[in-house]
Design a protein around this ligand. Structure first.
Ligand code: COA
Length: 267
């Protein structure tokens, strides 16, 4: 971990800085770093603060512990949401964190150190690029809970791995290995866990040697090519919300929290 501590006090994340490099570590290891509302808000504040800090040239995002980057949105927080609350969860999350990160001027590298599932993979995909440790496992398991990805996953996964593989991953809810993720272009490198942050720092060092103004312009230009199908994100929010009105969603989330397999009624 990068050594020098920042002064800001967070409950669910840690932010450290060394020279021009910042590291945000999501820190709820007992819940496999699941994204609850407070964590999403803290991440927004941290990214916003680092973006306005002229001394910071690159941000590394990772998860604490050796098991998870982020195991998804916190299921216990949304299992009882209504359709409107579900749609609002997706909309607010996309605005303050996922779209926000994607459109930062400061490059963000996701160092995926374990499970990146659901909102966890969506967060990694919102970062500008990803590297992973050998133990990492990635997937969008939402349909196993009776819901769909709501933090941009239906849009960014096809952008990164192609439509057919994204369809398969989303429909089967299956996890893929770090090596498979690399073959698909979802992550750029796979290394041993101990080598993950050193690699992120090495890549950050290479980025920092270049013009930060030009890099920001490149981010804007690259992202612009993907902004045309903007209605996809809106459709995702609406469809995500409508899942909350289904019996399948109630069954899927209840089964997870009761630690049993779901028995979907199909409506
Ligand atoms: N939301 C809320 N809590 C979560 C969570 C999530 N997305 N993912 C894990 N947790 C919690 C578990 O409930 C458990 O809490 P507890 O100790 O209080 O019971 C703790 O984190 C550890 O998880 P556990 O399931 O016991 O670990 P495991 O090694 O057996 O399984 C996973 C790991 C990642 C396979 C499993 O936790 C899982 O399937 N998580 C949900 C993934 C998911 O569907 N994400 C998409 C959400 S939209």
């Amino acid at each position: 971990m990068i050594k020098t501590k920042t002064t800001m006090n967070y409950q669910n994340i840690q932010v450290t800085k060394k020279d021009s490099l910042a590291q945000i570590t999501i820190n709820r290891p007992k819940k496999l770093n699941a994204l609850n509302k407070a964590t999403i808000q803290e991440l927004h504040t941290a990214f916003d603060t680092l973006e306005t800090d002229q001394s910071i040239k690159v941000i590394i995002l990772t998860g604490s512990g050796e098991k998870a980057f982020v195991a998804g949105a916190d299921i216990s927080e949304f299992a009882h949401f209504t359709e409107q609350e579900g749609a609002s969860l997706a909309k607010v999350g996309q605005e303050i964190l996922f779209d926000f990160v994607e459109n930062l001027d400061t490059p963000v590298i996701a160092a995926v150190n374990g499970f990146a599932l659901g909102g966890g993979l969506e967060l990694a995909m919102a970062c500008h690029f990803r590297i992973a440790s050998e133990n990492a496992k990635m997937g969008l398991p939402e349909v196993s809970l009776g819901v769909i990805p709501g933090y941009g996953g239906t849009q960014r996964l096809p952008q990164l791995v192609g439509k057919g593989k994204a369809m398969e991953m989303i429909m089967t809810a299956a996890m893929i290995s770090a090596e498979e993720a690399k073959q698909l272009g979802l992550v750029n490198y796979v290394v041993e866990l101990e080598a993950l942050l050193p690699l992120a720092e090495k890549l950050a060092g290479k980025i920092m040697r270049n013009s930060s103004v030009a890099i920001s312009a490149a981010i804007v230009a690259i992202n612009a090519g993907y902004k045309e199908p903007i209605t996809g994100f809106k459709t995702e929010i609406d469809s995500f919300g409508s899942c909350f009105a289904t019996a399948d969603f109630k069954e899927g989330t209840t089964a997870f929290l009761e630690k049993r397999k779901p028995n979907f009624p199909g409506n």
